[in-house]
Design a protein around this ligand. Structure first.
Ligand code: FAD
Length: 385
């Protein structure tokens, strides 16, 4: 079976590698360098902490387990150090209690560390004076997405995958039960199946296939598709795990840097406006960082990334073939970091004929019925992403 996988982000490289390991002849195409799309600007927290409905929770849980399994053999990108959540205001503490109750009923592993244990988990944490609640999620993790893409692409190529870049797919024409892809270099390619792993550009592939849009498009500043990530200079502090709190989320990044995210500050994020590293926005990140972590007096922001989410119109994932286009398989999701290894394994299995029950709620055809689509609000509350 000859398969074209379009898009070499975290999702596409995973699928290409798994298809090749099952014996498919795979061509992976990207119009940009591998991993340079949304995968290069991600908070990269592997979790199923606040995922609704239950089917989406189960899917993300499978994603977490798949990361642990894959990393057991080769996982230098993977940091299975868990996540500490700090709730300081009464609204967050109440919401956290409800979330912990739901997670316990679902069997998700959570702990409630006391102050001493919390400081052991994050030695530089500055606990606030008043009442606070800390939760620890030991099976959650964070990854280095750039390293993940590099390693999985390397593995895919060693299994025989042909990687073509920069090459853009510009047309899709059903032919002989498969599809003829037209490329911007003037070449064309006949394949049995096309897998679109084009993330936030999935609407372009849908249009080429004669389908309506599946994804939210940028509408204006602070809409759900937009978010900032602030990258600090290397810092001499001890943080090995994800830390979330109402005003700031923090994760370690390569080279001793930190990635900072403040969901309320995302309200001004827009396409084409890049806040400077010495802007008032950057100063606000530093102010919030110093509120929560010690050894940060020398902190500065080296870059504010304006990141764009890949969000299907109902906020859930799209996984599968549209019913009247069996030659096409669409995969697009906002939880792409959490889901990548599971999607890789199970999408490849589906293409080889083994249906994955966890994908049942996420078939693309549900979005071809506009009346059924719920609106998706921008992530602003603790635990959202
Ligand atoms: C601020 C932010 C925080 C996030 N935090 C988390 C998190 O904590 N946990 C989590 O699980 N997820 C998180 N995500 C989401 C996650 O990062 C994405 O879901 C994931 O990176 C998407 O990967 P992808 O491979 O689907 O898409 P991409 O990485 O965007 O790759 C798509 C590729 O397709 C290529 N392409 C598109 N069209 C064509 C074409 N016609 N021809 C050739 N190539 C084409 C592009 O060049 C691109 O390289 C976050 C995202 C953002 C923005």
């Amino acid at each position: 079976m000859k398969i074209a996988v379009v898009g070499a982000g975290i999702v596409g490289v995973s699928i290409a590698a798994e298809l090749a390991s099952r014996g498919a002849e795979v061509v992976l195409l990207d119009r940009n360098p591998a991993g340079s799309g949304t995968s290069s600007t991600s908070f990269a927290w592997v979790n199923s902490n606040n995922k609704h409905p239950d089917a989406y929770y189960e899917l993300n849980l499978a994603g977490m387990h798949a990361h642990h399994k894959l990393a057991a053999s080769d996982g230098e990108w993977f940091h299975p150090t868990g996540h500490v959540e700090l709730a300081v205001d009464s609204e967050h503490r109440k919401e956290l209690q409800q979330r912990l109750k739901r997670l316990a009923s679902l069997g998700y592993i959570t702990e409630l560390p006391d102050v001493k244990q919390t400081i052991q988990l994050i030695p530089d944490l500055l606990l606030p004076g008043g009442e606070s609640t800390t939760a620890f999620y030991p099976l959650e993790a964070h990854i280095d997405p750039v390293c993940y893409v590099e390693k999985r692409l390397e593995g895919a190529v060693s299994l025989g995958v042909t990687f073509l870049s920069p090459v853009e797919v510009q047309s899709l024409e059903p032919q002989d039960g498969g599809c003829l892809l037209g490329l911007d270099d003037g070449n064309s390619m006949l394949v049995d199946r096309v897998v679109s792993a084009t993330g936030r550009w999935t609407n372009e592939i849908a249009r080429l296939a004669g389908l309506p849009p599946f994804m939210l498009e940028f509408q204006g500043p602070g809409d759900p598709t937009m978010g900032y990530l602030a990258v600090t200079n290397p810092l001499p502090l001890s943080l090995s795990r994800v830390l979330t709190s109402p005003r700031l989320n923090v994760r370690p990044a390569p080279g001793g840097r930190l990635i900072l995210q403040a969901l309320d500050l995302d309200a001004t994020a827009e396409v084409g406006r890049q806040p400077a590293a010495d802007s008032s926005l950057a100063q606000e990140y530093i102010y919030r960082l110093r509120e929560i972590l010690g050894h940060t007096s020398g902190a500065r922001i080296d870059e504010i990334q304006v990141a764009r989410r890949a969000i299907p119109r109902d906020g859930l994932s799209i996984i599968g073939a549209p019913v009247d286009k069996p030659w096409l398989y669409l995969v697009a999701t906002h939880s792409g970091v959490t889901l990548a290894p599971f999607l890789g394994e199970r999408v490849a299995a589906e293409i080889f004929g083994n249906t994955e029950p966890l994908f049942d709620s996420f078939r693309p055809d549900r979005l071809l019925r506009p009346s059924k689509v719920a609106t998706f609000a921008a992530p602003r509350r603790p635990g959202e992403q």
